[in-house]
Design a protein around this ligand. Sequence first.
Ligand code: HEM
Length: 129
Amino acid sequence: MTEVETVQDEQSPYARVGGGAAVRVVVDRFYELVIGDPTLAPYFVDSDLTNLKRHQVQLISHLLGGPVTYAGRELRDAHAGLAITPEAYGRVVEHLVGVLVDAGVPDDIIASLGGTLEAVQPDIVSQQS
Ligand code: HEM
């Protein structure tokens, strides 16, 4: 194995996707789709989108192994009382994965993030449809 390949292999997923600038592009596009989705928009009417996006960028950056601290609330606290259904949860995940695919994020990184999103579902969904 050449040295270049070794360095490449050691890059964090965060570095591989293009770092903070790339994560911000993904998160901006993600919330455009979410807010543009009539089944999801009502959940966000009272939200401070600037703050929400900033925290989402931090969370995704952290999950990708970037040198970033997540400063938002626990996911269970942030979503409590929003009466989020499994269907709404599924649509949000679909939008996020779609944006990651469109951005050219490698499959292994999407699979690993997807695993984390699945694991936090019980913290987010609070209402059966
Ligand atoms: C799929 C996994 C999800 C993740 C990783 C996630 C992550 C986050 C994060 C990091 C925040 C910011 C918390 C803060 O600022 O303290 C947040 C807030 C929020 N999320 Fe999610 N979320 C997910 C799914 C959903 C779903 C399915 C909905 C609704 C359909 C939703 C609706 C909201 C709303 C409305 C807020 C803002 C709450 C407020 O302004 O008080 N989220 N989410």
